[in-house]
Design a protein around this ligand. Structure first.
Ligand code: GLN
Length: 387
């Protein structure tokens, strides 16, 4: 029997992360592709999860999340950004930010509605906008600076626009939107009465003086912004899949209206452990950022010394390079050849684009241990990378 997939999945390939990580395992390559750290998060957070399992927190958590975690998330938003949230009505726990994105789009986008989204976009945005029946309207962050062009943003908004889906710090460019860029988004949203969904999972992983500003803190924006984040990146527990949505009760309620039918609830013993992290390890994410900044420089300097044109990111786990200086025109072709040529895996930026702007861009992850990055660079230096 042949299985025909429903049209809502037309043209949606397996995620590039799965494809490239499988390639890394198959070929024994150093995986500088998929963004996950290879060191554990804080020991006290891991212990808290073990304790929660040992003390019986093993049945369904409430659909909106356990109270201690919702309260800790509210305290986190207040401590860092001065946002006052009611933990019962303005915070909901999701199964990672990815589920938060899915639930938000399913709850808020009708077939034919347009969603303005930064290109390059995280691949789940494309899949979920399509599964919700929406139409994506990309606004491209272009090399070499990958800044948001306010005019391009304005031009992407039309009568069918329902919401803006924003991501800052931005995967894969490493751009941290400035206050002025965020104000441009706010101006457009206020003028056209749009909702904004912001994916802020790299909120603490910024470098130098590039601080993250949540859009919800700009005047007039709290009421129309759904802010999404998670513990995965901040506490190096990407496999725990504990995320959250915060904002006005109506928008948070919309996420819950959909998420209750997706996963119903997320990992019960992991939630109090994440609450412990937010409350008892508040400095941990910034220490991680400081260590990541050094690894960013190690990777970027190494890639530049190989003749690649490197964009030094302001935040996230990732650096983008332009491979045309090595004679390549196609990032996918380069990344598929790289394991055999050099024993290294990286991620082509093409799947994150509709336009051709990403054809020659390749993403490298520096959330790996120093010796892993060094080994990757050694292998790249020893290989013939020219086309
Ligand atoms: N967020 C991670 C990345 O960008 C991967 C997540 C995934 O594999 N879906 O690499």
């Amino acid at each position: 029997m042949t299985t025909r997939l429903a049209h809502r999945l037309d043209g949606i390939p397996p995620t590039i992360f799965t494809t490239m990580s499988a390639l890394a395992i198959r070929t024994g390559a150093v995986n500088l592709g998929q963004g996950f750290p290879d060191a554990d998060g804080p020991a006290s957070v891991l212990d808290a999860a073990r304790d929660a399992i040992a003390s019986g927190a093993n049945q369904y958590a409430p659909g909106n999340g356990v109270a201690v975690l919702r309260q800790a998330i509210a305290r986190h938003q207040h401590r860092h950004y001065g946002l006052g949230l009611d933990p019962d009505s303005q915070v909901v726990v999701t199964t990672g930010c990815t589920e938060g994105i899915a639930a938000a789009l399913l709850a808020l986008v009708d077939p034919g509605d347009e969603v303005v989204v930064l290109e390059p976009y995280y691949d789940s945005y494309v899949a979920m906008i399509q599964m919700a029946g929406g139409v994506r309207r990309p606004v491209t962050l272009r090399a070499p600076d990958f800044r948001l062009d306010a005019e391009e943003l304005r031009a992407a908004v039309g009568p069918r626009t329902r919401l803006v889906l924003l991501n800052s710090p931005h995967n894969p460019t490493g751009t941290v939107l400035t206050r002025a860029e965020l104000q441009a988004v706010a101006d457009v949203a206020l003028e056209h009465d749009l909702l904004v969904v912001t994916d802020e999972v790299y909120e603490h992983l910024t470098f130098g003086d590039h601080d993250h500003v949540p859009l919800a803190t700009l005047p007039g924006m709290f009421e129309r912004t759904l802010t999404l984040s998670s513990a995965g990146k901040s506490y190096s527990v990407t496999g725990w899949k504990v995320g959250w949505a915060t904002g006005p009760a109506a928008l948070v309620g919309a996420v819950l209206a959909a998420s209750q039918w997706l996963t119903f609830t997320s990992g019960a013993p992991l939630q109090p452990a994440v609450a412990h992290g937010l409350d008892a390890e508040p400095e941990w994410p910034r220490a991680l950022a400081a260590s990541l900044e050094k690894r960013r420089d190690l990777l970027c300097d190494g890639l530049a010394s190989l003749g690649l044109d490197v964009r030094r990111p302001e935040g996230t786990y990732f650096a983008l390079t332009d491979i045309s200086s090595l004679g390549w025109r196609d990032g996918m072709e380069f990344c598929l050849a790289l394991p055999e040529r050099a024993g290294v895996v990286a991620i082509p930026a093409q799947p994150f684009h509709d336009s051709a702007a990403g054809d020659q861009l390749v993403r490298w992850a520096f959330c790996k241990e120093v010796d892993v990055i060094e080994e990757g660079l050694r292998r790249l230096a020893a290989a013939d990378l020219s086309r």
